[in-house]
Structure formats: C-alpha cells, structure tokens
Design a protein around this ligand. Structure first.
Ligand code: COA
Length: 225
C-alpha cells in the first residue's frame, strides 16, 4: 500500500515539475500579472487558464498532425473542464495569461502574440459574415478586459488595451486603449484622444453652410451701404 502511495506521489511530483518547466513562460506571466498568485504550485494546480492552455497545446499538436476527431474532442473536454473554449487550430504565442477564464472563446483562425492577457468572457470570434480567415490577430502584450468581443479578421496592435465589455470590429493601432460599443480609441501612445469622447463639439455640416451663407449676406449688406 505504502509503495502505491509513494509511486503516485513521485509520479505527481514529476508531472508537476515537467509542466512547470514546459510552461515556465505562462507561470511567469501569471505571477507577474495576478497579485493573488502567491506560489508556483498554486498556479500549476488552481489556475483554469493554465490548464486550458496545457490541453490546447496538446490539441494543437494533434491538429497539426491531422489527427481526426480527437483534437476537437479534447477542445470540448477542455471547455467542459475549464469553461474556456479554444479551437485546436488557434495559434497562441508564449506567456498567455487567461484570468478567471470562464466564458472565454478563441476561434479557429485566431492568432495570438506573446504575453497577452485575457479576462473572463472575452470572445475572439468571427462576425458571422466571413469565411476562411475570419478571427482576429492579437499583437504582443495586449490586455483584453472582461466580456470584451474582438470580432472579424482584424488586427490589434502590440501593447494595446481593450476596456471591459468593448466590442471591437476594426483594426486597432499599436499602443492604444479602446473602449465602448463599437470600440473607439480613447488613448494612443499615452495621449488622450479628447475629440473622440467629445459628443458636444461635433462637426455639423448644415450649421457650417448656414454660417457661410450668413457671412455672404453680411458682406453683401456691407457692400450695399
Ligand atoms: C479601459 C481600461 C483599460 C482603462 O484604460 P485607461 O487608458 O486607463 O482609461 P481611463 O481610465 O483613462 O479612461 C478613459 C475613458 O474611457 C472610459 N472607460 C474606461 N473603461 C471603460 C470601459 N470598460 N467601457 C467604457 N468606457 C470606459 C473612462 O470613463 C474615460 O472616459 P472619460 O475620458 O470620458 O472620463 C480599463 O478601464 C478597463 O476596462 N480594464 C479592463 C479590466 C478588466 O476587465 N478587469 C477584470 C478583472 S476581473
């Protein structure tokens, strides 16, 4: 009996050590970005985002080897286990951190760069109108807030932030912050885009025409005096 327990314990320690080495970038990014993450063992055993990524890496290798059915099954098993749905064909860089995770959906033709952070409820999906490459490309160091939807074959530039619950349907330049529905850039390269949020001083073409006509009338009246 003691032998069985010892064998199981050694197997467990070995498995955890291998995962810690193979997924060192993801463990590092979790430690860096989640103040609640206190130690490596806790990250390895309790973070659903990391578990989803481990299963996705296996499914992705099998998908690339053109193994039938099993990668899709593994992806669904992953969803059942973690609440995170990642198509086995999705390409994901190193250091991805999925915080909380429940409800995250990553579509088939999505490409994710390095050191990206996704919060719960993020969808990297299609608009429903496109075929072929129909999911987004996410640059390096991008942070996508809870519930945000990035839809279509669009590109999110490196180092960008997407606010919680935003719906992004157009390309986003690097170093930007995007909020709202539809998503609009509110900050770029550290500078606030004041005019973007100014709904009072909007351009009004009719008012401009009236002002031009008033100027002409004023000038004509002046000439006739
Ligand atoms: C967008 C975000 C990254 C902040 O970026 P920031 O560049 O610091 O933006 P600011 O706080 O300066 O806000 C800029 C403007 O956007 C607005 N804004 C901020 N977040 C917003 C959001 N999610 N949706 C709509 N508007 C938002 C602000 O009210 C502000 O408007 P104002 O200029 O009219 O006052 C942050 O608000 C956010 O949504 N982070 C997601 C975090 C998350 O999902 N956490 C989940 C943890 S479980």
């Amino acid at each position: 009996m003691l032998e069985i327990i010892m064998t199981l314990f050694i197997g467990f320690v070995l498995a955890v050590s291998v995962v810690a080495v193979v997924f060192k970038d993801e463990v590092r990014s979790t430690r860096e970005r989640d103040p609640a993450a206190t130690n490596i063992l806790e990250i390895l055993l309790t973070y659903a985002g990391l578990h989803a990524l481990i299963l996705h890496r296996i499914a992705h290798v099998l998908w690339n080897m053109k193994v039938p059915f099993f990668p899709r099954w593994l992806s669904q098993f992953n969803r059942w286990l973690t609440g995170i749905e990642i198509h086995p064909a999705a390409k994901i860089g190193k250091g991805l951190f999925i915080d909380h995770g429940m409800g995250v959906v990553i579509g088939e033709t999505t490409v994710i760069g390095d050191n990206v952070t996704l919060y719960q409820g993020v969808t990297l999906g299609g608009t429903g109108k496109e075929k072929g490459k129909r999911h987004p490309n996410i640059g390096d160091n991008v942070v996508i807030g809870a519930g945000a939807k990035i839809l279509g074959n669009i590109t999110m530039g490196d180092n960008s932030y997407v606010g919680a619950n935003a719906v992004v349907i157009k390309d986003v330049p690097p170093n930007s912050t995007v909020v709202g529905v539809p998503g609009r850039v509110t900050k770029q390269d550290g500078k606030k885009m004041e005019t973007m949020l100014d709904h009072v001083h909007v351009f009004d073409p009719i008012m401009q025409k009236i002002e031009e006509l008033q100027n002409r009338i004023d000038n004509l009246e002046k000439d006739n005096k």
